[in-house]
Design a protein. Structure first.
Length: 309
């Protein structure tokens, strides 16, 4: 069984964070949450909040760390207790781990989550697959489960990802100009919406990984800067972002965006509605649980499995 998560994120703006010697108190609007002080080992403050010195002092006295993030989830600084030594155990376990064990599960779950969304869209009565495409995706899912090389896993993951976005494009009005996932700058409103949703999801996943003292740049399936963040994102994109993008793209009007030769801009009111929808669909509790499963697998060699739907 996964242990309780020792990190606690506070997202958004306008919260009031204070503490007694026994508990941490977070007031946000009309809601107030209380946590036993000894249970909070790492407080993660994302965005803009009022932080009382009582919270800082009592958390540091209790041995907890406090990390601050921009609203997009970028770490900007931290407070540690006097004589604190950074927890390098989790990072050392990352460096020792055989990536294939984790990458295989992540790639398989990423494809399976996308298949589930495509099947959900098919149930609306719309024919979105060309001949043999669905059979091919199912075949690749079986190949991922037995692939023995990292190169093979990454190649199949990229291939099915490209196919997935092309198939998704068939569910949307052709006039939106979306045919596939592209790089910046985005010249159609659908890619722009995907970018916004993925940026928000990236921030949420990065916060959890930092809270667990895992290195966001030391991935399993992906490589390079932010690679572990992309690993955690991969199986969550379909349900936490893509489903919302498809719903908004089907209802979007010409007044909701403006495209030039250089890039596409979303209307302010439309963007605000989309951001709120992403806040509702991005499940921080599930992200935290997934990161805890990964941490436990690294440190205690427990079973690694992926939550994806």
């Amino acid at each position: 069984m996964t242990a309780a998560k020792p990190w606690l994120p506070v997202f958004g703006y306008g919260g009031h964070i204070k503490a007694t010697r026994q508990e941490l108190i977070i007031a946000h609007g009309t809601a107030t949450r209380r946590y036993p002080l000894q249970a909070v080992k790492h407080l993660l403050i994302v965005g803009g909040h009022t932080l009382h010195t009582s919270a800082v002092t009592n958390l540091l006295k209790a041995g907890a760390a406090i990390t601050f993030f921009d609203i997009d989830g970028t770490p900007v600084g931290y407070l540690y207790p006097y004589s604190y030594r950074s927890d390098g155990v989790a990072r050392a376990a990352q460096e020792r781990a055989a990536p294939h064990r984790f990458a295989q599960s992540l790639a398989t779950a990423g494809l399976q989550s996308r298949l589930l969304l495509l099947e959900e869209l098919c149930h609306t009565g719309q024919e979105i697959f060309y001949a043999a495409e669905l059979d091919f995706l199912y075949q690749v899912r079986e190949e991922l489960a037995v692939s023995v090389t990292m190169e093979g896993l990454r190649r199949l993951s990229r291939l099915t990802g490209d196919m997935y976005y092309e198939i998704l494009s068939r569910t949307l009005p052709p006039g939106l100009g979306f045919h596939r996932r592209t790089n910046r700058p985005y010249r159609d409103p659908v890619n722009t919406m995907f970018s916004l949703g993925y940026a928000m999801l990236y921030g949420n996943c990065c916060v959890s990984l930092v809270g667990a003292y895992l290195d966001p740049d030391l991935g399993m399936l992906h490589e390079g800067a932010g690679s572990l963040v992309y690993d955690i994102m991969e199986p969550q994109k379909a349900v936490m972002v893509d489903r919302t993008v498809i719903r908004f793209a089907r209802e979007i009007s010409e007044e909701d965006y403006e495209c030039s030769e250089k890039r596409c801009y979303l209307d302010g009111n439309f963007s605000n509605q989309l951001v709120q929808a992403f806040r509702d669909s991005i499940d921080q509790s599930r992200i935290d649980t997934q990161v805890q499963i990964l941490r436990d697998a690294l440190l205690a060699n427990t079973e690694f499995h992926v939550l994806y739907w």
